[in-house]
Structures are given as C-alpha cells and as structure tokens.
Design a protein around this ligand. Structure first.
Ligand code: HEM
Length: 234
C-alpha cells in the first residue's frame, strides 16, 4: 500500500555552517544589546561582539552564493508577487511547508543580514561622545562619526523590532502551523510532506572545506579592517 502524500519525511536542509552561524548570531546579538545597555567598561566587549557579528555576517553573505543548496540566496529569494501569494495562503490554509526559507521569511533574512552589516559597519566609524570611538572613526570627520553613532542607535532599535517580528513569526509557524522550524535549525533536518521531500532530489551539498576557509577569511578580513590604523599607522 502506498502511503498518503501527507506523510512527513525527514530532509537535511540546514548545513552545519548555517546552524552555527544562526545560534552564534543569536548569542552575540543578545550580548551586544545587553552590553550596550549596561555601558561603561562593557562597551569594549560590545565592540568585540560587533566585530564577531561582522565576521559572521560577512561569512554568511559569501555562503549565500557558494554554500549548501538551501543556504543560497537563489533558493529563497522570491519575487514580491510570490511572497504576497504565499503570505495570503499561509493565513488562509493549514500548513504551507517550504524546504528552505519560505518566500516571506527569505526577505526577512535578507533584510536582517543587510541591517546587521550596516549596523556593525556604522559602529566602526562611530563616536559616542563619551569615551568610545570606533576603530575607523579617525578616517571620517567628527560630524560624520557622531552621525554614524546616531544611525547605529536607530538601526539598533530597528533590529530589535525586526528580531521580535522574526521570533514571533517562527513561533507562529511552530505553534499554529505545527512546523518544527526551531528543531530544524538545531538538527538541520526538516519534516516535509513526501511529495515536497521527493521534489528535492540532488540538492547541492555544503562543501565543508570551503566553509571553513570562508570563516577564516571573514575573521581575518574583519581583523585587518578593525586594526587597519595600527597596522598602517597613518
Ligand atoms: C531565540 C530566538 C530565535 C529563534 C528561536 C530563532 C529561530 C530561527 C529559525 C527557526 C530560523 C529558520 C527559519 C526558517 O525555517 O525559514 C531562523 C533563521 C534566521 N534567524 Fe533566527 N531565531 C532567533 C533569534 C534570532 C536573532 C536574535 C537573529 C538576528 C539578530 C536571528 C537571525 C536569523 C537569520 C539571519 C536567519 C536566517 C538563517 C540563515 O539562513 O542563515 N534570529 N531563526
């Protein structure tokens, strides 16, 4: 007897790099928010945390082009019409499984990555007019450096709102739509309807050597940028 197409099959979706990226980002983001609020000596740690976030995001942006199948931007960037159709169908019907990020979630991921890059980048040029300047503040005028810090604060608030929406959306999928998205981001495997699972034949596997190289590259790149003034003493 053939099983009904509503059977769920476990499919490997998130490669280890996406998972390590995500949960490291969650920890560093929380730490960055708390250390910014506490202030004082914690600002030094806030800056280190920002450098680590920048390294992670630089890595993820590269991985979006050469990573495993579902880590690639090409697998989850949908046009606005498809995203709108998906959102309407999601609200009307039961579960709307997607193998990787769904068409709406995909856009949220892109916006989060871009804002995180901008946020960490602005921090490098910022001057909080108390005791801290970013490592690259000397390359811009005082006025630009103060403006960079003011945008750093505004984008920080925008990120908090977006992250709250992101978490609420994930909880909606988990508790209302009964999709194990959090479990999937931990184990890498998603339970998908048989028909959908079978349509995912031969996904591109993540190349672990390349992933490790790109992590190293991102860390070195950020370290060089952050230490540029002391390396080149100009
Ligand atoms: C405890 C809180 C959080 C939970 C439970 C959570 C859960 C998830 C889940 C389940 C996904 C995959 C969604 C999907 O299947 O399409 C995801 C993706 C993502 N989340 Fe979160 N998240 C949390 C916090 C955060 C925070 C604080 C940030 C950023 C500051 C963040 C940024 C992202 C990004 C960028 C992705 C895309 C991952 C990728 O493709 O590399 N998340 N999150």
């Amino acid at each position: 007897m053939t099983k009904p197409s509503t059977d769920l099959i476990s499919v490997a979706v998130w490669d280890v790099f996406v998972r390590v990226f995500h949960w490291s980002l969650v920890l560093l983001f929380c730490f960055s928010v708390i250390s910014a609020k506490v202030g004082g000596n914690w600002i030094t740690w806030h800056m280190y945390s920002g450098y680590a976030i920048l390294s992670l995001v630089v890595f993820r942006l590269m991985w979006g082009f050469v990573g495993g199948e579902y880590a690639r931007f090409s697998s989850f960037t949908a046009g606005p019409v498809r995203a709108a159709r998906f959102a309407i169908a999601l609200l009307k019907r039961g579960s709307q499984h997607s193998v990787g990020h769904n068409p709406v979630g995909g856009w949220m991921v892109i916006v989060l990555l871009l804002l995180l890059t901008l946020q960490a980048g602005l921090g490098l040029f910022g001057n909080d007019e108390i005791a801290t300047t970013g490592p690259l503040a000397r390359y811009v005028s005082d006025d630009a450096s103060i403006k960079a810090m003011s945008w750093h604060r505004r984008i920080g608030d925008a990120l908090l709102i977006l992250v709250a929406i992101h978490i609420l959306a994930v909880l909606f999928h988990v508790f209302v739509k009964k999709e194990g998205l959090i479990r999937a981001m931990l184990s890498g495997k998603k339970s998908l309807p048989r028909a959908l699972a079978e349509s995912t034949a031969n996904p591109r596997a993540a190349r672990n050597g390349l992933g490790l190289f790109l992590i190293g590259f991102a860390v070195v790149l950020v370290a060089v940028v952050v230490n540029w003034p002391s390396i080149f003493k100009n």
